[in-house]
Design a protein around this ligand. Structure first.
Ligand code: ZN
Length: 388
């Protein structure tokens, strides 16, 4: 079998799932100038070798890299083959080529970076509270390879070929398949002043790391429902009532999964209910087994519900009398407002409406006095008495 046939055969399955929207990478296709990429004479040859020897597409989407040297090797390879991707037109459709092109640009942006801070998170050793709990208490073995956490100062810096999820002003964090996290570090003056921004930001990172943990582990096999992904990420990162609204984009499908703020609350309630109904050990067991078996059936078996709808009805009823714990990052403006201290000093200032007050006094006192004087003068004139 020729390399073309092999590549074509191995890509068929993947490409069916990787239908990216054409608008999101159309701009990236022409931007190789920004990366300083120059076509080398052996470009096509290197690309063909990369396709023959490895899973180019799989490596671009879910790069399992464990050392700095491995990262640098991939960056060098993709920069070298990028200029001749369109030479694969004999094997791939224009649409597929644009997808490979977008994936290379996305990899370079999220792994090498364009000035943004990128943290390499090793899930085996990370001390992030949500990651620690998932790994050490719940007992889910961490996937190999780094998670790339990008810290971005402004939502406008993120190229649309990476994600246009940040066009939504409420989005603070995104987990991209399968091991990329983007966290927005745009400062919000009110929350910064109150020291809440940083706390909220670390919760956003925790939330997205839970997504990346599961995504990197399950890859394309992921069959777990949204309520499980979002409920677990919210539960492990410490509650739903935050200013963080995040997205998880499964696969490279055109559809972006947006979870509404009220849905985070609902999913969090379901997880708090499960925690309260099952012992800690029982809760950890059903969560671990759901991830291991790639199915939430065990949760229904353990709780006796037929499906999620049944579980939801009971959890929501339970939630009516079990408020989530209060948290400093709650978006509750009543609590954010600075309390007014009671003032013991005597109030010597005139009231704001003092002008109205003086006019009223003037009318009620002045008018009768004036009338008495006028009457007195008239009487004096009639009697012929001297006025003064
Ligand atoms: Zn999420």
């Amino acid at each position: 079998m020729s390399w073309r046939a092999k590549v074509a055969a191995s890509f068929v399955g993947l490409l069916l799932l990787f239908v990216a929207p054409s608008t999101s990478y159309a701009s990236g296709y022409q931007t190789d100038g920004n990366l300083g990429l120059q076509s080398q004479p052996d470009c096509a040859e290197v690309l063909v070798t990369a396709l023959e020897e490895g899973d180019l597409m799989g490596d671009l989407v879910n790069p399992v890299l464990n050392t700095q040297a491995e990262i640098e090797e991939k960056i060098a390879l993709y920069k070298r083959v990028y200029p001749c991707i369109d030479e694969l037109g004999i094997v791939f459709s224009q649409e597929d080529l644009e997808l490979i092109d977008m994936l290379v640009l996305r990899f370079l942006y999220l792994v090498e970076g364009e000035g943004q801070q990128i943290d390499l998170v090793d899930l085996e050793t990370s001390d992030d509270p949500a990651v620690s709990r998932l790994r050490d208490e719940i007992g889910v073995p961490p996937p190999d390879g780094y998670i790339f956490v990008n810290h971005i100062d402004s939502r406008y810096e993120i190229p649309t070929y990476v994600t246009d999820a940040f066009l939504d002003p409420d989005v603070r964090g995104v987990a991209l398949p399968f091991r990329f996290v983007i966290v927005l570090e745009e400062s919000d003056t009110v929350f910064d002043d109150l020291g809440m921004e940083e706390k909220s930001r670390s919760k956003t990172i925790s939330h997205e790391l839970v997504h990346a943990y599961l995504e990197a582990k399950l890859d394309l096999e992921d069959d777990l429902p949204t309520w499980f992904h979002e409920g677990l990420a919210t539960n492990l990162s410490g509650g739903a009532k935050t200013q963080t609204i995040s997205l998880m984009i499964p696969g490279l499908s055109a559809e972006i999964v947006r979870t509404a703020p009220e849905d985070y609350l609902t999913y969090d309630t379901v997880f708090r209910y499960l925690e309260s109904e099952l012992s800690e050990e029982g809760f950890n067991k059903v969560v671990r087994e759901a991830i291991e078996n790639n199915s939430v059936e065990g949760i229904f078996l353990a709780t006796g519900f037929a499906d999620f709808d049944e579980l939801l009805v009971t959890a929501e009823k339970w939630g009516e009398t079990h408020e989530p714990p209060k948290d400093a990052t709650e978006l509750d403006l009543d609590e954010v407002a600075i309390p007014v201290e009671p003032n013991d000093e005597p109030n010597t200032e005139l009231p704001d409406n003092w002008k109205d007050f003086l006019i009223t006094v003037g009318v009620w006192v002045g008018v009768p006095i004036s009338l008495v004087i006028i009457c007195g003068v008239i009487l004096a004139i009639i009697r012929g008495e001297p006025l003064f």
